[in-house]
Design a protein around this ligand. Structure first.
Ligand code: MG
Length: 373
């Protein structure tokens, strides 16, 4: 294995864990973080949570679990090429969506609206709350007791108000310093993963078409290259060949641009990375291509009437659950009738956020359909 770069995160420069913990014998600290995340309850629930499509809509669509695995795969490739900490990017990638509500963005927006008077709801912060507090697996502490750098990578963005409540983890949002390069990588690996799998899933669902995508420069360029090499290729193979080339082009551009940025800045160590400008990024040209793809997906996929119909049902489910539970917390399962050191309303949000799509649908039926139990 290549030696890590001097500015990579290591066990030696880590700011450590919140609670005293044993030393792992045959693993590194960040391997252990990854392992704890994989064994968590919240991680298993990712299988039944979705981003754009609802879980029961089809077996082939990405779930948050397969999305997280794709993010981890992309992030590891980038981290290895740049001689950064692969175990750390894997841990961050696998944990980054743990706090997501059921029903993707629609669920998150609905819960955030419900929580407006109570500090709001933000999935990044909920992911952190999950690994810091909500997982109940260890004898001597709540949560998973992950390393600072893993937790830092999970909190991608944060309002100044929330940052003040996060202690040392919130400092960088107030001082406007950078997180580790590993955290920066995960942020963009997430984008690469969802843009590409949403193209793939959107085509499979028939919500967007090849003809529409040919107006998007990134797709047009790669589908043309595939057709030039393989005249007559069509159907799923044409789509997969195009999507894999798009992912590869984005990843290569990111690695090369970042390596060049590092070459210019020459950070001596991790502290210099934190003080400097953001170093992980795309070239101007690729950044623009990626932006146009995002805009296309927003207009044609995320705003598609069939997606919006599902979103509106999701909103109703979340709103109804929230109203019923806050009006009468005794309807909640015992373990959510306060504490977890939060107030009762926050516990309602914890309960709803932890639900899978199908569990939320079932719970809604149990509460509102007469004759169900
Ligand atoms: Mg994600």
């Amino acid at each position: 294995m290549l030696e890590q770069a001097p500015y990579a995160v290591t066990a030696a420069n880590s700011r450590g864990r919140q609670h005293r913990d044993t030393q792992p014998l045959h693993r590194g600290e960040f391997q252990r973080d990854r392992d704890r995340i994989i064994h968590s309850t919240a991680f298993r629930r990712l299988e039944y949570k979705t981003q754009v499509f609802v879980n029961h809509e089809g077996d082939l669509f990405r779930t948050r679990l397969t999305h997280s695995l794709e993010v981890a795969q992309i992030a590891r490739g980038i981290a290895r090429a740049l001689r950064l900490n692969e175990d750390l990017v894997e841990a961050i990638s696998l944990a980054h969506d743990l706090g997501h509500t059921p029903f993707g963005h629609a669920g998150q927006e609905a819960l955030n609206d419900c929580m407006r008077e109570h500090g709001g709801f933000e999935h990044n912060l909920q992911s952190l709350r999950t690994v810091d507090l909500l997982e109940e697996r260890y004898a001597t502490f709540d949560g998973l007791n992950l390393c600072f750098e893993t937790r830092e990578g999970i909190v991608k963005h944060c309002s100044p108000d929330n940052a003040r409540s996060l202690g040392d983890l919130g400092e960088r949002f107030l001082r406007r310093t950078q997180p580790s390069l590993e955290a920066q990588i995960c942020n963009l690996a997430d984008e690469i993963a969802y843009n590409n799998h949403d193209v793939d899933d959107g085509l499979r669902a028939g919500l967007i078409t090849l003809e529409q995508l040919e107006d998007v420069s990134l797709f047009a360029q790669h589908v043309a290259a595939v057709r030039a090499c393989h005249p007559g290729l069509g159907g799923r193979r044409l789509i997969h060949e195009t999507v894999r080339r798009m992912i590869n082009a984005l990843v290569c551009d990111l690695i090369e641009t970042t390596a060049a940025n590092i070459g210019v800045q020459q950070p001596a160590n991790l502290a210099a990375v934190r003080r400097g400008p953001p170093l992980v990024g795309f070239s101007a040209e690729m950044g623009e291509a990626q932006r146009l793809m995002k805009r296309f997906l927003r207009t044609h996929l995320y705003q598609h009437y069939q997606v919006l119909r599902m979103a509106s049902k999701a909103q109703k489910i979340v709103n109804d659950l929230f109203s019923a539970f806050t009006a009468n917390p005794r309807l909640l399962p015992q373990q959510y009738q306060a504490p977890a050191t939060g107030d009762q309303v926050r516990r309602v949000a914890d309960y709803i956020a932890g639900m899978t799509d199908r569990y939320a649908i079932k719970e809604h039926r149990r509460l509102f359909a007469v004759g169900e139990s």
